[in-house]
Design a protein around this ligand. Structure first.
Ligand code: 2P0
Length: 328
């Protein structure tokens, strides 16, 4: 009853921004991401009949109450499928970039769902795994798959049709994503709270919903036709629209720092100088820059020159989540 899994994070090209069901984690819009090979989580889950509660260690330290509660809730969904109540010890280790404040919930909950299901001997297909991962954190539904992945929002009230589907595998096209990290303290507004506040109060949210299908179509076509400019321009525009919704929320909030704007301007300058590069941003101040492999060294060097950039992480399309049973 023990297994170990690795799952890779993903960066959305069309963002998941808003829930229609908070309990089941069902989104208000479809999203599409690239799984990234440089940001990942490895999780070991050991179920133990003798335990009376779950324990969660993160990067070698006992995790706090809130994180442990989220892990227990995610495990409860796996336990329900397996028809058991047995408790577990969970040990997760994030790769370096996560410590810098880059997305960890996607790889974290995808690794947890995959490891727990394998430890309990469940033979699930990718759709079932993606749904389990989604219950932990929405973006984790996309990290079950490698390459380019769409999260179909679904229409069913119980969420059975809301899961990740691979659009193209990791060998289809080598898009480079360079995460440029800026010096940031703890977030004021978590992505969970930020999306809720935006859905509830931002008059711009309607505009987000009205245009997301078109962005999705352009990003999909960009990927399938390997049209970098189409992909990059649609992704950049989609990210800016997501952030625009936060400006009009009540109370308003903004994830950008001065260094984030400096990176955005540098990307525009690179484009002006003939280097195709585009940016995207999640619910935080770091900026992820998209470019093609031949330009990656130049783009990375330019980003590292900026005083506000603390470090960069270069990713290529990453593989699917995978698990192995331990000790049997
Ligand atoms: C995304 N984000 O598509 C978007 C873009 C943030 C901005 O997925 O509440 O941690 O656990 O479902 O998955 C972050 O949201 O949120 C996220 P929950 P999650 O990548």
């Amino acid at each position: 009853m023990e297994a170990k899994a690795t799952a890779y994070s993903n960066i959305a090209l069309v963002k998941y921004w808003g829930k229609r069901d908070e309990e089941l984690i069902l989104p208000t819009n479809p999203s599409l991401s690239m799984t990234v090979d440089a940001i990942y989580t490895t999780t070991r889950v050991r179920f133990d009949e003798a335990r009376t509660s779950d324990a969660f260690r993160l990067d070698g330290e006992p995790a706090g109450q809130d994180a442990t509660r989220r892990v227990t809730e995610a495990l409860d969904h796996v336990r329900a499928l397996a028809g058991t109540r047995v408790r577990a010890v969970v040990e997760s280790v994030n790769s370096g970039p996560t410590a810098a404040g880059l997305a960890s919930s996607a790889s974290g909950f995808a690794a947890l769902a995959t490891a727990a299901a394998t430890a309990l001997g469940l033979e699930l297909d990718d759709t079932q795994l993606s749904i389990l991962a989604r219950r932990g954190s929405g973006s984790a539904s996309r990290s079950i798959h490698g390459g380019f992945v769409q999260w179909h929002m679904g229409v069913a009230p119980n969420g059975h049709d809301s899961h990740g589907v691979q659009v193209a595998d990791e060998k289809h096209w080598d898009v480079v994503m360079i995460a440029a990290c800026v010096n940031a303290g703890a977030k004021d507004v978590s992505s969970r709270d930020g999306m809720r506040r935006t859905v509830d109060t931002s008059p711009f949210y309607r505009g987000w919903l009205d245009t997301v299908d078109r962005d999705l179509e352009n990003v999909r076509r960009g990927i399938l036709e390997r049209d970098f400019e189409l992909l990059g321009s649609a992704a950049e525009s989609n990210a800016l629209k997501m952030h625009a919704t936060t400006l009009a929320a009540q109370p308003p909030f903004i994830y950008w720092l001065p260094a984030s704007l400096e990176i955005m301007q540098t990307v525009r300058d690179l484009r002006g100088a003939g280097v195709p590069a585009y940016f995207t941003m999640d619910a935080g101040p770091h900026v992820v820059v998209l470019c093609q492999p031949d330009d990656a060294a130049v783009v990375d060097a330019r980003l590292k020159e900026l005083p506000g950039v603390t470090q960069t992480f270069v990713s290529h399309p990453g593989p699917r989540a995978h698990a192995t049973r331990v000790g049997e």
